[in-house]
Structures are given as C-alpha cells and as structure tokens.
Design a protein around this ligand. Structure first.
Ligand code: 5AD
Ligand code: SF4
Length: 446
C-alpha cells in the first residue's frame, strides 16, 4: 500500500490537556491501523472531534463546529465525536446531529478502527461504556510536539465536587503502573523530549499498588534526559508530606504548581464538596511555598456557584489578594445536568448579571496582581526552554521553569533548546526577553 492510498484522519481537540493526550493516543492507534494523520479537515477521510463537557459553553462551541464541518465532508467521510461530551450525550448526539456517525466516550478508543470500519459501511454507533481496566497501555501516542510530552498517569476521578461533570464523563479513578509510566518517560526522553507533564484529574492522588505520587515524582524525575518535570492538576487534599518532600528533593521538578482553589470561602467550598476549607487551602499553599522556594502558584476559580453571597465572593477576592497567585483561570459557574449541584434549591441560583459582574471584578484583580509581579521581575534572568514559533512575527515562544511565557528573537532551529534569558518587557501577562547565553544543563540524577 502506498502512503497516498492510506486513508487520512484529522482529530480536532477541545478541552483540557487530558484530551490533547487522548487525541495523541487515538492518532497512534489509527496510524497503526493504516491511517495517516493530517493537519486539517479538508479532504480527510475521517474527522474526529474530541470534545469537552465541563461547561455548557464548551459544548455549544462543539455543536456549532459540527455544523461547520459538514462543508468539509464528502460522500464517504466519517465524522465522529469522542471525549467527554460524547460520553455525556451518548446516542442522543446521533439523533441531534444526523451527519455524525460515531459517538465514542473516553474509554472506548480501543475499538475506534473497528467502529470506523462499521461507519464506512453505513453504521451509526454510540460506544460509551466505562472500562475500569482501560489504560491504553499498548497504544503508542503519536506526539506532534517534539519538545514537551504529556503523559497520562491516571484516568477518571473519585472526587465528587458538586459542580463537576468529570466523574460522569471519565468514570472512576484508576492509575497506571509506575513501571508503565517510567517506560513511557524513558521512551520520550530517547526521542529527545526534555520536558514531561504528568497528567491526571487529581494527579497527586496517584496510587498503584504500594506506589504513590511521591514515588512517581522521584521515579520520573530522574529519567535520564528529562530536564523539566511538571504535573497537572493536583487536589489540595492529596499533598501529603511525602509528596511535598519528593517535590522538594526532585531537582527536575519545576517551581510551579497549579492548585485549583475554586473559592476562597469555606462555606462555598462546603457546598462544592471540595473537602477543604479556606484555612486548610492556605496551609497547603504555605507548605508548598516553604518546601519549594520561588514556586509560582496558579489556580482555577469558579464564581457564581449556587448560594454564593456577596460576602462569600469577597472571601474569594481576599484569598486571591492574600495568596498572590501568579495567574488564575476564572470561570462563571455552569450548571451541568447530572451533577449534584442540580439538586441544590433553585432559590440559591446566582443571577446572571451578578455572576458576570463578579467574574469581571475577579479577572481585574487577577490581572492587576499578575501585572505587578511581572513588572517587578523585569531585569531578572531565567532559564527558558524554547517551545515553538510565536504567533507574533519572527519571535520564538518559551517558558521559564515557573511556567511564565517569554518571547525572544531567534530562528526556529533554537526550538527545543535552553537559554538564559533576561526579561526586558511585559504585556502584563507575558514577557519579552533577550538571550544572554546558552543555559547550562542541569546535572542529571540517576
Ligand atoms: N462550571 C464552571 N466551571 C467549572 N469547572 C469545572 N466544572 C465547572 C462548572 N460546572 C472549572 C473548575 C475546574 C476547571 C477545569 O473548570 O475550576 O478546575
Ligand atoms: Fe477535560 Fe473535564 Fe473537559 Fe473532559 S470535561 S475534556 S476531563 S476538562
């Protein structure tokens, strides 16, 4: 079979990093089954839309996009919807969008080649069963980024935060074995990738047999060739002393923790069933800061959760001020069918205009904090890994260990290399900088 005669597949990815990682697994699976990945929907034989269900807005975007994709479809094109929205809507999605032939949830990707064959014969199928044994261990992720790799270590989630659809779309939590994760880390390092991000819905609750998250960090952190290790997203309650000690002891672990707070009010946190209070969240921040000097902290915050009073919202603002996050992803609460929040009394619903106003105030506060910190950092020097060409003409985009984005001048041959960069300007959120010298490699442990 010549390469030209192989069918082509295009996967469009929405949502979180876990979905990006799942798309890499699907590409790998399909490539091994004779498909050639392509970079756009034009002329693709198979188009998959890997979706997110976390907020209604995310789903509406996909519905709109499915309509648009019609114009790229020929008579024999197969259109499939995968991921969290596929899992949530199941067969109903086949009724809603008549040009969609496949609906496959996050545990169903093993069957994709067979399902696509069926779709080519005219079948329309929804495959949304959970499979607690499914880790896709024998899949070979097809990575398009030659600089950084995302490695899933856990699938699903056992927390039951009342706003969250994820336990329903990704099922119960299960962790991969340490040996499998290590094998994948070694394989990506051998390909010349130097940065790894470990992925899980509550990544620090990782446990397989006697191995916990601390063991995982120590193990992956000393894989030869890996110079930067990250993880996302942790749950504050799973930062054991062992985990924090492993973070402090692992030189490759970057000084950045994304620590979802969701709210700064203990009362709101209780309704969210986050299982921590404002005080214990602050304690967690202190323990991380004490163990990792210079650590950058980012977070996720939801405003307008049912019953959030003005005072409770003020507690969120004061937490943002007191902690001094480096950055925050901020969201307006979106009620998802099937989540426990739907059982809260309707009288607790926060009116749209109030939620919108709170979001504006929160965003302004976060921006102000980020901007002040970034201005104070001008003139300092940092190790930057050049990741890719920036969208802005002729510049390269890289990141510091603290995950701050820096734009520098240079040509694309520098992608994947480390440099010491002096920060010379800031837009408020990102930096521009100048390279001063090639960064010194860290001594590699192990
Ligand atoms: N509404 C708004 N934001 C949500 N998130 C999760 N569920 C919802 C929801 N129903 C946010 C949380 C989470 C991030 C990935 O998305 O802040 O950490
Ligand atoms: Fe990722 Fe959650 Fe969205 Fe699923 S619903 S894609 S797990 S953010």
């Amino acid at each position: 079979m010549t390469v030209e005669s192989r069918p082509t597949v295009y996967i469009e990815t929405y949502g979180c990093q876990m979905n990006v990682s799942d798309s890499e697994l699907m590409y790998g699976r399909l490539e091994e089954n004779g498909y050639t990945p392509v970079g756009g929907p034009e002329g693709a034989d198979v188009i998959l839309v890997n979706t997110c269900a976390i907020r209604d807005h995310a789903e509406q975007r996909v519905i709109g996009r499915l309509g648009e994709l019609k114009r790229f479809m020929g008579r024999d094109t197969v259109l499939g919807v995968t991921g969290c929205m596929a899992q949530r809507l199941g067969p109903a999605l086949l009724d809603r969008a008549r040009h969609v032939q496949l609906v496959v949830g996050p545990d169903g990707y093993r069957a994709l080649p067979a399902l696509i064959d069926g779709a080519r014969r005219g079948e329309r199928v929804a495959n949304v069963t959970f499979d607690l044994e499914e880790h896709y261990e024998d899949f070979h992720a097809r990575r398009f980024d030659g600089v950084r790799a995302w490695i899933p270590v856990q699938r699903g989630c056992d927390y039951k935060c009342t706003y969250c659809i994820v336990p329903m779309t990704r099922g119960p939590e299960r962790s991969r074995t340490l040996a499998d994760v290590e094998r994948e880390a070694r394989a990506v390092a051998e390909q010349g990738i130097t940065e790894i991000t470990l992925l899980g819905q509550t990544v620090n609750s990782y446990r397989n047999g006697e191995h916990d998250f601390a063991d995982l960090l120590r193990c992956v952190g000393r894989v030869p060739g890996i110079r930067r290790l990250r993880f996302t997203s942790p749950h504050p309650n799973d930062f054991t002393d062992r985990a924090i000690a492993a973070m402090a002891d692992t030189p490759t672990l970057c000084e950045h923790v994304h620590l979802p707070m969701q709210s700064g009010s203990s009362r709101t946190l209780k309704r969210m069933l986050r299982r921590y209070t404002r005080e214990t969240y602050f304690e967690c921040v202190e323990r991380i800061r004490a163990a990792i000097p210079g650590v950058a902290l980012t977070t996720d915050i939801i405003v307008g959760f049912p019953g959030e009073t003005d005072d409770e919202f003020e507690d969120t603002l004061s937490a943002v001020r007191d902690i001094g996050f480096d950055d925050a992803f901020t969201f307006r609460f979106s009620l998802r069918d099937g989540t426990p929040a739907t059982r809260l009394p309707e009288s607790l619903t926060v009116p749209d205009h109030v939620a919108a106003d709170r979001l504006d105030r929160l965003v302004a506060l976060v921006r102000e904090g980020t901007r002040a910190r970034n201005l104070s950092m001008l003139g300092t020097r940092h190790e930057v890994l050049i990741e890719k060409a920036a969208r802005r003409g002729g510049l390269l985009q890289g990141r510091t260990r603290q995950h701050r984005t820096v734009l520098v001048a240079g040509d694309e041959s520098l992608i994947g290399r480390y440099f010491t960069v002096e920060l010379t300007g800031t837009t408020g959120s990102t930096f521009t900088g100048t390279m001063t010298s090639a960064g010194q490699p860290l001594p590699l442990a192990g």
